[in-house]
Design a protein around this ligand. Structure first.
Ligand code: UDP
Length: 327
């Protein structure tokens, strides 16, 4: 019979791109989402169940009804700054929410899960590139909730034969190359969308948070990975588990870092418009540089990025901000 996957948080940015890709591989995505940050209009590739992962009865009912082969779990709160201001929300949604989801899975005898983790679990690493054996030492509540869930998955795997892949995303960005989905957060805090909002005049300028870091040009360096590449990694992780592969925790990035200044000038070059910028002090909790060693993802999942060059990232993101690329 047709393969099915329950996509918790499938109305959000990375979840909706993953649902679209699953459908294109003939896997039915059943989206389960509370629509607090997700968008109903982003659910277009399979059934939708409106519910919260903390609502065990609704979730268990959905699992028993659809009997998915696995759960892909994106449902979480994901603003670092907010996690410092309101940690209770983060521990409740991300930790209690995942516990509720795992217990619903046990009840419904679903034993495979793919979990959205984060490079935020590494905090400020002592050396670069970051590998999967780099010590995990998060520096904010958001990163701690992701690390705690990884530890829960490990314990559940040992005790209950749960099979999992934890995917530690670096900086998700870009949009569906077909133009059917975009990056759409409220409030929008991420660098590339903020820069595009500055370019189209929605905001007066992009605030650059610090140009006195110990990096080549003084601005922070990040590993930007296209959302469609992230989506593909989930499909590969699903194949890995379905084929009997073992539990994995894998970094997802390109292996190359780009500075804020490099991103801003690439945007200017590609859309042929200036991005007005203003220098601001450092944002609390930002490590100077983060980028992965992509080897383990390639060896274990056969994953290598296809859309994550800066040009493709900007060209796919720009149309959602009414901007055309002109190269
Ligand atoms: N950043 C910035 N201005 C903004 C948004 C982000 O200078 O309006 C910087 C931020 O300080 C960090 C980098 O851009 O160094 C990437 O930030 P983002 O919030 O996109 O992702 P994060 O790395 O925090 O997950």
């Amino acid at each position: 019979s047709q393969r099915k996957v329950l996509v918790a948080g499938g109305a959000g940015y990375i979840g909706s791109h993953t649902a679209k890709l699953l459908r294109s591989k003939n896997i039915e995505p059943i989206v389960f989402d509370n629509l607090v940050t997700g968008h109903r209009s982003s659910v277009r590739w399979g059934p939708f169940v409106h519910g919260d992962i903390l609502d065990t009865s609704t979730l268990t009912r959905a699992l028993l009804q659809y009997k998915p082969d696995a759960v892909v779990h994106f449902a979480a709160s994901a603003y670092v700054g907010e996690s410092v201001e309101d940690p209770a929300k983060y521990y409740r949604n991300n930790v209690s929410g995942t516990l509720a989801l795992l217990d619903a899975c046990r009840h419904a005898a679903i034993d495979k899960i793919i979990f959205s983790s984060s490079c935020a679990t590494y905090g400020t690493p002592e050396s670069l590139p970051i590998t999967e054996t780099t010590p995990q030492a998060p520096i904010n509540p958001y990163g701690r909730t992701k690390l705690i869930v990884e530890q829960i998955l490990k314990d559940y795997a040992a005790a209950y034969q749960l099979k999992y892949v934890a995917l530690r995303y670096f900086n998700a960005c870009g949009a569906d190359p077909d133009g059917e989905l975009g990056e759409w957060h409220e409030p929008e805090t991420h660098l590339i969308p903020r820069a595009l909002l500055a370019a189209n005049g929605t905001i007066p300028h992009l605030a650059i948070f610090g140009d006195d870091y110990e990096t080549e040009d003084g601005t922070c360096v990040r590993d930007y990975i296209h959302v469609t590449d992230l989506a593909r990694a989930h499909v590969l992780a699903l194949e890995h588990l379905v084929n009997g592969g073992g539990n994995l925790s894998v970094n997802l990035g390109t292996g190359c870092g780009s500075s804020i200044n490099e991103i801003v000038s690439a945007i200017g070059r590609i859309i042929k418009r200036d991005v007005p910028v203003e220098m601001h002090p450092r944002r609390a909790g930002d490590p100077p540089a983060l980028y992965t060693d992509p080897t383990f993802a390639r060896e274990t999942l056969g994953f290598s990025p296809e859309y994550s060059d800066v040009e493709t990232i900007i060209k796919t993101a720009a149309p959602f901000f009414g901007l055309e690329s002109r190269t």
